[in-house]
Unconditional design. Structure first.
Length: 390
Protein backbone atom coordinates (compact mmCIF):
# COMPACT_ATOMS: atom_id res chain seq x y z
CA UNK A 1 0.00 0.00 0.00
CA UNK A 2 2.86 2.34 0.81
CA UNK A 3 4.42 1.56 -2.57
CA UNK A 4 1.15 2.30 -4.38
CA UNK A 5 0.70 5.63 -2.60
CA UNK A 6 4.30 6.85 -2.99
CA UNK A 7 4.48 5.83 -6.65
CA UNK A 8 1.33 7.73 -7.55
CA UNK A 9 2.35 10.66 -5.35
CA UNK A 10 5.59 10.98 -7.29
CA UNK A 11 3.67 10.81 -10.57
CA UNK A 12 1.31 13.50 -9.29
CA UNK A 13 4.29 15.80 -8.75
CA UNK A 14 5.65 15.70 -12.30
CA UNK A 15 2.97 14.27 -14.65
CA UNK A 16 2.35 17.36 -16.77
CA UNK A 17 0.57 17.50 -20.12
CA UNK A 18 -3.03 16.43 -19.58
CA UNK A 19 -4.80 13.06 -19.57
CA UNK A 20 -3.09 11.57 -22.63
CA UNK A 21 0.32 12.50 -21.27
CA UNK A 22 -0.67 10.92 -17.95
CA UNK A 23 -1.40 7.69 -19.82
CA UNK A 24 2.15 7.87 -21.17
CA UNK A 25 3.59 8.33 -17.69
CA UNK A 26 1.47 5.44 -16.38
CA UNK A 27 2.65 3.22 -19.22
CA UNK A 28 6.30 4.01 -18.53
CA UNK A 29 5.92 3.46 -14.78
CA UNK A 30 3.58 0.48 -14.53
CA UNK A 31 4.21 -1.44 -17.76
CA UNK A 32 7.85 -0.75 -18.61
CA UNK A 33 9.49 -0.15 -15.22
CA UNK A 34 7.45 -1.91 -12.53
CA UNK A 35 5.68 -4.46 -14.76
CA UNK A 36 2.51 -4.31 -12.70
CA UNK A 37 0.52 -4.79 -15.93
CA UNK A 38 1.17 -6.25 -19.36
CA UNK A 39 0.79 -4.12 -22.49
CA UNK A 40 -2.54 -5.78 -23.25
CA UNK A 41 -3.93 -5.38 -19.73
CA UNK A 42 -2.90 -1.74 -19.64
CA UNK A 43 -4.50 -1.08 -23.02
CA UNK A 44 -7.69 -2.84 -21.85
CA UNK A 45 -7.78 -0.55 -18.82
CA UNK A 46 -7.32 2.55 -20.98
CA UNK A 47 -10.04 1.38 -23.37
CA UNK A 48 -12.51 0.87 -20.51
CA UNK A 49 -11.77 4.29 -19.02
CA UNK A 50 -12.26 5.94 -22.40
CA UNK A 51 -15.75 4.42 -22.53
CA UNK A 52 -16.72 5.70 -19.08
CA UNK A 53 -17.65 9.32 -18.41
CA UNK A 54 -15.22 11.18 -16.19
CA UNK A 55 -11.48 11.90 -16.04
CA UNK A 56 -9.97 9.01 -18.00
CA UNK A 57 -6.42 9.21 -16.66
CA UNK A 58 -7.56 9.42 -13.02
CA UNK A 59 -9.91 6.50 -13.61
CA UNK A 60 -7.05 4.50 -15.14
CA UNK A 61 -4.89 5.23 -12.09
CA UNK A 62 -7.77 4.25 -9.81
CA UNK A 63 -8.18 0.97 -11.74
CA UNK A 64 -4.45 0.23 -11.56
CA UNK A 65 -4.53 0.79 -7.81
CA UNK A 66 -7.61 -1.45 -7.57
CA UNK A 67 -5.85 -4.24 -9.45
CA UNK A 68 -2.74 -3.90 -7.30
CA UNK A 69 -4.24 -3.39 -3.85
CA UNK A 70 -8.04 -3.67 -3.87
CA UNK A 71 -10.31 -0.76 -2.94
CA UNK A 72 -7.80 0.67 -0.46
CA UNK A 73 -5.11 0.56 -3.14
CA UNK A 74 -7.45 2.31 -5.58
CA UNK A 75 -8.08 5.21 -3.19
CA UNK A 76 -4.41 5.47 -2.22
CA UNK A 77 -3.56 5.70 -5.93
CA UNK A 78 -6.14 8.46 -6.41
CA UNK A 79 -5.02 10.40 -3.33
CA UNK A 80 -1.36 10.19 -4.30
CA UNK A 81 -1.93 11.29 -7.89
CA UNK A 82 -4.38 14.08 -7.06
CA UNK A 83 -2.90 15.46 -3.84
CA UNK A 84 -0.11 17.69 -5.27
CA UNK A 85 -2.33 19.55 -7.75
CA UNK A 86 -5.24 19.80 -5.29
CA UNK A 87 -3.03 21.32 -2.58
CA UNK A 88 -1.60 23.83 -5.05
CA UNK A 89 -5.05 24.72 -6.37
CA UNK A 90 -6.45 25.32 -2.89
CA UNK A 91 -3.39 27.41 -1.99
CA UNK A 92 -3.79 29.42 -5.18
CA UNK A 93 -7.46 30.09 -4.41
CA UNK A 94 -6.55 31.31 -0.92
CA UNK A 95 -3.82 33.63 -2.23
CA UNK A 96 -5.19 34.54 -5.65
CA UNK A 97 -4.24 38.19 -5.53
CA UNK A 98 -0.56 37.36 -4.91
CA UNK A 99 -0.08 34.93 -7.81
CA UNK A 100 0.79 35.82 -11.37
CA UNK A 101 0.34 34.08 -14.70
CA UNK A 102 2.41 30.89 -14.61
CA UNK A 103 1.39 29.54 -18.01
CA UNK A 104 4.26 31.25 -19.85
CA UNK A 105 7.00 30.40 -17.35
CA UNK A 106 10.13 28.75 -18.74
CA UNK A 107 9.97 25.82 -16.36
CA UNK A 108 6.40 25.09 -17.46
CA UNK A 109 7.49 25.14 -21.13
CA UNK A 110 10.28 22.68 -20.29
CA UNK A 111 7.88 20.31 -18.55
CA UNK A 112 5.48 20.42 -21.50
CA UNK A 113 8.34 19.37 -23.79
CA UNK A 114 9.14 16.47 -21.47
CA UNK A 115 5.48 15.45 -21.82
CA UNK A 116 5.99 15.32 -25.61
CA UNK A 117 8.84 12.84 -25.12
CA UNK A 118 6.89 10.71 -22.62
CA UNK A 119 3.80 10.42 -24.84
CA UNK A 120 5.93 9.71 -27.93
CA UNK A 121 7.74 6.91 -26.11
CA UNK A 122 4.49 5.40 -24.82
CA UNK A 123 2.83 5.62 -28.25
CA UNK A 124 5.78 3.92 -29.95
CA UNK A 125 6.04 1.15 -27.31
CA UNK A 126 2.32 0.42 -27.38
CA UNK A 127 2.30 0.44 -31.19
CA UNK A 128 5.04 -2.21 -31.27
CA UNK A 129 3.11 -4.44 -28.87
CA UNK A 130 -0.52 -3.83 -29.83
CA UNK A 131 -0.24 -3.22 -33.58
CA UNK A 132 2.04 -6.06 -34.75
CA UNK A 133 0.20 -6.70 -38.02
CA UNK A 134 -1.02 -4.61 -40.94
CA UNK A 135 -4.67 -4.75 -39.94
CA UNK A 136 -4.18 -3.32 -36.44
CA UNK A 137 -1.59 -0.82 -37.64
CA UNK A 138 -4.13 0.35 -40.20
CA UNK A 139 -6.83 0.69 -37.52
CA UNK A 140 -4.46 2.84 -35.43
CA UNK A 141 -3.55 5.03 -38.41
CA UNK A 142 -7.17 5.53 -39.47
CA UNK A 143 -8.22 6.35 -35.90
CA UNK A 144 -5.42 8.91 -35.58
CA UNK A 145 -6.45 10.51 -38.88
CA UNK A 146 -10.12 10.58 -37.93
CA UNK A 147 -9.47 12.13 -34.53
CA UNK A 148 -7.22 14.81 -36.02
CA UNK A 149 -10.03 15.74 -38.43
CA UNK A 150 -12.83 15.57 -35.84
CA UNK A 151 -13.41 18.19 -33.15
CA UNK A 152 -16.20 16.54 -31.15
CA UNK A 153 -14.99 15.27 -27.74
CA UNK A 154 -17.16 12.17 -28.22
CA UNK A 155 -15.06 11.26 -31.28
CA UNK A 156 -12.64 9.32 -29.05
CA UNK A 157 -15.46 7.14 -27.78
CA UNK A 158 -16.75 6.41 -31.29
CA UNK A 159 -13.22 5.74 -32.57
CA UNK A 160 -12.63 3.05 -29.94
CA UNK A 161 -16.08 1.59 -30.62
CA UNK A 162 -15.34 1.38 -34.36
CA UNK A 163 -11.96 -0.16 -33.59
CA UNK A 164 -13.71 -2.80 -31.46
CA UNK A 165 -16.11 -3.60 -34.31
CA UNK A 166 -13.19 -3.96 -36.71
CA UNK A 167 -11.32 -6.20 -34.27
CA UNK A 168 -14.37 -8.43 -33.83
CA UNK A 169 -14.76 -8.76 -37.60
CA UNK A 170 -11.09 -9.53 -38.18
CA UNK A 171 -10.10 -11.71 -35.21
CA UNK A 172 -13.20 -13.45 -33.85
CA UNK A 173 -12.22 -16.81 -35.38
CA UNK A 174 -8.96 -16.95 -33.37
CA UNK A 175 -8.46 -17.90 -29.69
CA UNK A 176 -7.18 -14.90 -27.70
CA UNK A 177 -8.35 -15.65 -24.16
CA UNK A 178 -5.04 -17.21 -23.04
CA UNK A 179 -3.44 -13.73 -23.03
CA UNK A 180 -5.75 -12.43 -20.27
CA UNK A 181 -4.12 -12.09 -16.85
CA UNK A 182 -6.27 -13.35 -13.95
CA UNK A 183 -7.02 -10.90 -11.16
CA UNK A 184 -8.47 -11.22 -7.68
CA UNK A 185 -9.45 -7.56 -7.32
CA UNK A 186 -12.38 -7.26 -9.72
CA UNK A 187 -15.14 -7.84 -7.16
CA UNK A 188 -18.51 -9.48 -7.64
CA UNK A 189 -21.21 -8.63 -10.16
CA UNK A 190 -23.57 -7.98 -7.26
CA UNK A 191 -21.26 -5.33 -5.81
CA UNK A 192 -20.72 -3.90 -9.28
CA UNK A 193 -24.47 -3.56 -9.72
CA UNK A 194 -24.73 -1.81 -6.34
CA UNK A 195 -22.04 0.72 -7.29
CA UNK A 196 -23.67 1.43 -10.66
CA UNK A 197 -27.07 1.74 -8.99
CA UNK A 198 -25.66 4.21 -6.48
CA UNK A 199 -24.15 6.24 -9.33
CA UNK A 200 -27.55 6.65 -11.02
CA UNK A 201 -29.34 7.16 -7.70
CA UNK A 202 -27.11 10.12 -6.85
CA UNK A 203 -27.28 11.49 -10.40
CA UNK A 204 -31.07 11.60 -10.24
CA UNK A 205 -31.52 12.08 -6.52
CA UNK A 206 -29.17 14.97 -5.76
CA UNK A 207 -31.02 17.47 -8.03
CA UNK A 208 -34.34 16.44 -6.46
CA UNK A 209 -32.92 16.75 -2.94
CA UNK A 210 -31.48 20.19 -3.67
CA UNK A 211 -34.93 21.27 -4.91
CA UNK A 212 -36.62 19.91 -1.79
CA UNK A 213 -34.10 21.62 0.50
CA UNK A 214 -33.26 24.90 -1.31
CA UNK A 215 -31.59 26.44 1.75
CA UNK A 216 -28.99 23.67 1.99
CA UNK A 217 -26.00 25.19 0.17
CA UNK A 218 -23.76 22.17 0.70
CA UNK A 219 -26.33 19.93 -1.00
CA UNK A 220 -26.67 22.30 -3.95
CA UNK A 221 -22.89 22.58 -4.32
CA UNK A 222 -22.42 18.82 -4.10
CA UNK A 223 -25.08 18.28 -6.76
CA UNK A 224 -23.36 20.73 -9.14
CA UNK A 225 -19.95 19.11 -8.87
CA UNK A 226 -21.34 15.56 -8.96
CA UNK A 227 -23.24 16.30 -12.18
CA UNK A 228 -20.15 17.91 -13.70
CA UNK A 229 -18.15 14.75 -13.02
CA UNK A 230 -20.92 12.48 -14.30
CA UNK A 231 -21.64 14.02 -17.68
CA UNK A 232 -18.18 14.45 -19.16
CA UNK A 233 -16.48 12.44 -21.89
CA UNK A 234 -13.04 13.37 -23.13
CA UNK A 235 -11.06 14.52 -20.11
CA UNK A 236 -10.64 17.52 -17.92
CA UNK A 237 -10.90 20.32 -20.48
CA UNK A 238 -14.39 19.19 -21.50
CA UNK A 239 -15.67 19.70 -17.95
CA UNK A 240 -14.88 23.43 -18.01
CA UNK A 241 -18.11 24.57 -19.75
CA UNK A 242 -20.13 22.61 -17.20
CA UNK A 243 -18.20 24.05 -14.27
CA UNK A 244 -18.60 27.52 -15.72
CA UNK A 245 -22.36 27.10 -16.00
CA UNK A 246 -22.65 25.66 -12.48
CA UNK A 247 -20.45 28.30 -10.78
CA UNK A 248 -19.91 31.51 -12.77
CA UNK A 249 -23.38 31.67 -14.27
CA UNK A 250 -24.89 30.94 -10.85
CA UNK A 251 -23.00 33.89 -9.37
CA UNK A 252 -20.91 31.68 -7.09
CA UNK A 253 -17.57 33.02 -8.39
CA UNK A 254 -16.50 35.78 -10.80
CA UNK A 255 -15.51 35.07 -14.39
CA UNK A 256 -12.06 36.59 -13.83
CA UNK A 257 -11.36 34.37 -10.82
CA UNK A 258 -12.59 31.32 -12.73
CA UNK A 259 -10.23 32.07 -15.63
CA UNK A 260 -7.33 32.82 -13.29
CA UNK A 261 -7.77 29.44 -11.63
CA UNK A 262 -8.02 27.69 -14.99
CA UNK A 263 -4.83 29.41 -16.16
CA UNK A 264 -3.01 28.25 -13.04
CA UNK A 265 -4.28 24.70 -13.56
CA UNK A 266 -2.51 24.61 -16.93
CA UNK A 267 0.82 25.07 -15.15
CA UNK A 268 0.30 22.29 -12.62
CA UNK A 269 0.94 18.54 -12.78
CA UNK A 270 -1.70 15.91 -12.25
CA UNK A 271 -5.38 15.87 -13.26
CA UNK A 272 -7.20 18.98 -14.45
CA UNK A 273 -10.20 17.87 -12.38
CA UNK A 274 -8.23 19.22 -9.40
CA UNK A 275 -9.43 22.61 -10.67
CA UNK A 276 -12.63 21.76 -8.77
CA UNK A 277 -10.73 22.20 -5.49
CA UNK A 278 -9.90 25.78 -6.55
CA UNK A 279 -13.58 26.45 -7.23
CA UNK A 280 -14.78 24.82 -4.03
CA UNK A 281 -12.35 26.98 -2.06
CA UNK A 282 -13.22 30.24 -3.79
CA UNK A 283 -16.98 30.10 -4.34
CA UNK A 284 -19.42 31.93 -2.06
CA UNK A 285 -21.57 28.81 -1.78
CA UNK A 286 -21.33 25.78 0.47
CA UNK A 287 -18.54 25.20 2.99
CA UNK A 288 -15.95 27.40 1.22
CA UNK A 289 -12.28 27.61 2.17
CA UNK A 290 -10.14 24.48 2.49
CA UNK A 291 -13.13 22.34 3.51
CA UNK A 292 -15.04 23.55 0.45
CA UNK A 293 -12.11 22.70 -1.80
CA UNK A 294 -11.90 19.14 -0.46
CA UNK A 295 -15.68 18.74 -0.65
CA UNK A 296 -15.82 19.86 -4.30
CA UNK A 297 -12.91 17.58 -5.20
CA UNK A 298 -14.56 14.54 -3.62
CA UNK A 299 -17.95 15.25 -5.21
CA UNK A 300 -16.58 15.69 -8.73
CA UNK A 301 -14.61 12.44 -8.45
CA UNK A 302 -17.35 10.40 -6.76
CA UNK A 303 -19.01 9.45 -10.09
CA UNK A 304 -15.66 8.27 -11.48
CA UNK A 305 -15.06 6.02 -8.46
CA UNK A 306 -18.55 4.50 -8.62
CA UNK A 307 -18.33 3.89 -12.38
CA UNK A 308 -14.95 2.15 -12.21
CA UNK A 309 -15.93 0.02 -9.21
CA UNK A 310 -19.22 -0.84 -10.91
CA UNK A 311 -17.82 -1.57 -14.37
CA UNK A 312 -14.68 -3.55 -13.47
CA UNK A 313 -16.47 -6.78 -12.33
CA UNK A 314 -18.38 -7.00 -15.62
CA UNK A 315 -15.35 -5.89 -17.64
CA UNK A 316 -13.08 -8.56 -16.10
CA UNK A 317 -15.52 -11.28 -17.11
CA UNK A 318 -16.35 -9.83 -20.51
CA UNK A 319 -12.72 -9.53 -21.58
CA UNK A 320 -12.24 -13.29 -21.02
CA UNK A 321 -14.87 -14.11 -23.67
CA UNK A 322 -13.14 -14.84 -26.98
CA UNK A 323 -15.45 -12.64 -29.09
CA UNK A 324 -14.98 -9.74 -26.66
CA UNK A 325 -11.23 -10.36 -26.63
CA UNK A 326 -11.18 -10.11 -30.42
CA UNK A 327 -13.05 -6.81 -30.21
CA UNK A 328 -10.50 -5.57 -27.66
CA UNK A 329 -7.67 -6.25 -30.10
CA UNK A 330 -9.24 -3.68 -32.39
CA UNK A 331 -10.10 -1.34 -29.51
CA UNK A 332 -6.51 -1.45 -28.25
CA UNK A 333 -5.22 -0.60 -31.71
CA UNK A 334 -7.65 2.35 -31.66
CA UNK A 335 -6.15 3.42 -28.31
CA UNK A 336 -2.73 3.54 -29.99
CA UNK A 337 -4.21 5.74 -32.72
CA UNK A 338 -5.76 7.95 -30.05
CA UNK A 339 -2.36 8.33 -28.41
CA UNK A 340 -0.65 9.30 -31.67
CA UNK A 341 -3.41 11.80 -32.49
CA UNK A 342 -3.11 13.43 -29.06
CA UNK A 343 0.69 13.45 -29.39
CA UNK A 344 0.26 15.86 -32.30
CA UNK A 345 -2.81 17.78 -31.12
CA UNK A 346 -2.75 19.21 -28.51
CA UNK A 347 0.57 18.09 -27.00
CA UNK A 348 2.94 18.73 -29.93
CA UNK A 349 1.16 21.83 -31.20
CA UNK A 350 1.04 23.47 -27.77
CA UNK A 351 4.67 22.67 -26.93
CA UNK A 352 6.86 22.66 -30.07
CA UNK A 353 7.40 26.18 -31.38
CA UNK A 354 10.72 26.04 -33.24
CA UNK A 355 14.04 24.25 -33.65
CA UNK A 356 15.09 24.74 -30.03
CA UNK A 357 11.93 23.28 -28.53
CA UNK A 358 12.01 20.36 -30.99
CA UNK A 359 15.63 19.60 -30.11
CA UNK A 360 14.75 19.85 -26.42
CA UNK A 361 11.93 17.31 -26.79
CA UNK A 362 14.14 15.03 -28.92
CA UNK A 363 16.86 15.04 -26.26
CA UNK A 364 14.29 14.21 -23.57
CA UNK A 365 13.00 11.34 -25.72
CA UNK A 366 16.56 9.97 -26.15
CA UNK A 367 17.18 10.14 -22.39
CA UNK A 368 13.95 8.27 -21.73
CA UNK A 369 14.08 5.72 -24.57
CA UNK A 370 17.76 4.89 -24.88
CA UNK A 371 19.41 6.03 -21.63
CA UNK A 372 16.50 4.67 -19.56
CA UNK A 373 16.47 7.62 -17.16
CA UNK A 374 13.38 7.73 -14.90
CA UNK A 375 10.68 10.21 -16.01
CA UNK A 376 10.83 12.17 -12.74
CA UNK A 377 14.52 12.93 -13.32
CA UNK A 378 13.90 13.99 -16.92
CA UNK A 379 11.03 16.19 -15.69
CA UNK A 380 13.34 17.86 -13.16
CA UNK A 381 15.99 18.44 -15.84
CA UNK A 382 13.35 19.77 -18.21
CA UNK A 383 12.01 22.25 -15.67
CA UNK A 384 15.50 23.53 -14.82
CA UNK A 385 16.77 23.83 -18.38
CA UNK A 386 13.44 25.26 -19.54
CA UNK A 387 13.69 28.04 -16.98
CA UNK A 388 17.17 28.94 -18.31
CA UNK A 389 16.78 28.53 -22.06
CA UNK A 390 13.04 28.77 -22.94
Amino acid sequence: MKDIFLTFLRLGCYAFGGPTAHMGYFHEEFVKRRKWLSEADYADTVALCQFLPGPSSSQAGFAIGLDRGGILGAFLAWIGFTLPSAVLMIAFALGLEYAGDLSQAGWVAGLKLVAVAVVANAAWSMAQSLCPDRARASIAALVALGLLLASNPLAQLFAILLGAIAGFALYRSQDHTSAVKPTNQSGSKRMGSLYLGLFFLLLLGLPLASQLFPDNEALETGDAFYRAGSLVFGGGHVVLPLLDSYTVQQGWISESSFLAGYGAAQALPGPLFAFSSFLGTGINQGPGGVAGGIYALVMIYLPAWLLVLGAIPFWERLRKVNAARAALLGANAAVVGLLFAALYDPIWQSSIHGNLSFGFALAAFALLKFWKLPPWLIAALGAGLGQVFL
